[in-house]
Design a binder for this molecule. Structure first.
Ligand SMILES: NC(=O)c1ccc[n+]([C@@H]2O[C@H](COP(=O)([O-])OP(=O)(O)OC[C@H]3O[C@@H](n4cnc5c(N)ncnc54)[C@H](OP(=O)(O)O)[C@@H]3O)[C@@H](O)[C@H]2O)c1
Length: 316
């Protein structure tokens, strides 16, 4: 099978399209013929070696974590999935393996693609959508129904943020999205009640206090904790030292700070799929690249300017 791999740390120039053996399907796993994958910043951050302490590498690595495609083999002890099912998943293992014609995926992280959903869009949902859902629900403690709360999504036009805006809106929250001026209309079209331009002077004037802040851009809670009302919660998708240090004070402080560290989980992906089915969630596609141009897709992501998801067409 064709797979996009890298054999040492570096940038997109390290990517190489190679022929390699198809994965063997073990118990509890399925083999997916990958139609599409999508780019997430962790792909190139990991390839650059920035995460080597928490995600040690075993080279060569097959790039990517998100897959959408067709089940072509089912391992032992798998229930509810059959050959021919169209599925998507965020591969659970650190090793990834999505940017290949065939991928072995744990059945516990696989969900069936909603009927009629484009497979490229389906590949854009798992990693970013799980991060948005788990960040809002598990770390920022936003109820998923009747959430009469005021939510600020920082980075509302990005892969995680554009999904978070929609999830929070579907939950019933009042949503304010932080984006650049060029993306304000998009963010409002996704359901944000307000869109604020991060480059404007004093962008949050008249908007605070918030019950929840989901930060998809920065790792410093300080500027956002002061926007929280009593009992407010801040969750960061970039949990660096400042987030962990401030979260240690949660037991003695009213306003909570928590790191977001997503977990692949079929049940959570199914929650997102139900939102897609009822028209409350859609994946915005920034751009699409063939597998052979994964380096260009990474380069686009590395600009930090992607609007929604960058899709990689693996098949055909
Ligand atoms: N902890 C976890 O488990 C986890 C999981 C997923 C992602 N992440 C991390 O979360 C971050 C976001 O991921 P992503 O996939 O959403 O990234 P992304 O799609 O690359 O984000 C790009 C977006 O960020 C916007 N942006 C840039 N600077 C901004 C600012 N100052 N204020 C508001 N928006 C700004 C850009 O809009 P403009 O071009 O208009 O500026 C662009 O639309 C990444 O660092 C990623 O590594 C962590």
């Amino acid at each position: 099978m064709r797979a996009m791999t890298y054999a040492s740390y570096g940038g997109p120039e390290k990517l190489e399209l190679v022929e390699r053996e198809a994965p063997v399907v073990e118990d509890g796993r399925v083999l997916v013929r990958v139609a599409a994958s999508s780019v997430n910043p962790i792909d190139w951050k990991r390839a650059a070696g920035g995460l080597r302490l928490i995600m040690p590498a075993c080279f060569p690595i097959v790039a990517g974590y998100d897959v959408a495609g067709e089940v072509v083999e089912v391992g032992a002890n798998v229930e509810g999935l059959a050959v021919g099912d169209l599925v998507h998943a965020r591969i659970g293992e650190h090793a990834g393996g999505a940017c290949a014609e065939l991928a072995s995926v744990g059945a516990d992280v696989v969900a069936k693609v909603p009927s009629g959903m484009d497979l490229g869009e389906a590949a854009g949902l798992p990693l970013a959508g799980l991060t948005a859902l788990q960040g809002l629900r598990d770390q920022a403690k936003l109820p998923l129904e009747n959430a009469r709360e005021r939510v600020l999504v920082v980075g509302a036009s990005g892969g995680v943020g554009h999904l978070a805006v929609q999830i929070a809106r579907a939950a019933g929250a009042t949503v304010v999205g932080v984006c650049s001026a060029r993306n304000e209309d998009l963010v409002r079209s996704l359901g944000a009640h307000e869109a604020v331009d991060y480059a404007a002077p004093d962008p949050y004037r008249g908007q605070a206090p918030f019950d929840v802040v989901l930060d998809c851009v920065a790792g410093d809670p300080a500027p956002f904790v002061k926007l929280l009302g009593p009992g407010g919660r801040y969750a960061s998708c970039l949990p660096g030292p400042a987030v962990f240090a401030r979260s240690a004070l949660n037991p003695i402080l009213d306003k909570k700070v928590r790191p977001v560290l997503l977990k692949s989980r079929a049940t959570d992906l199914q929650i997102l799929d139900r939102l897609v089915e009822r028209g409350a969630l859609r994946v915005v596609v920034d751009s699409r690249f063939p597998l052979a141009e994964l380096g260009e897709a990474w380069a686009r992501s590395m600009t930090g300017r992607a609007v929604g998801k960058i899709v990689v067409d693996v098949a055909g």
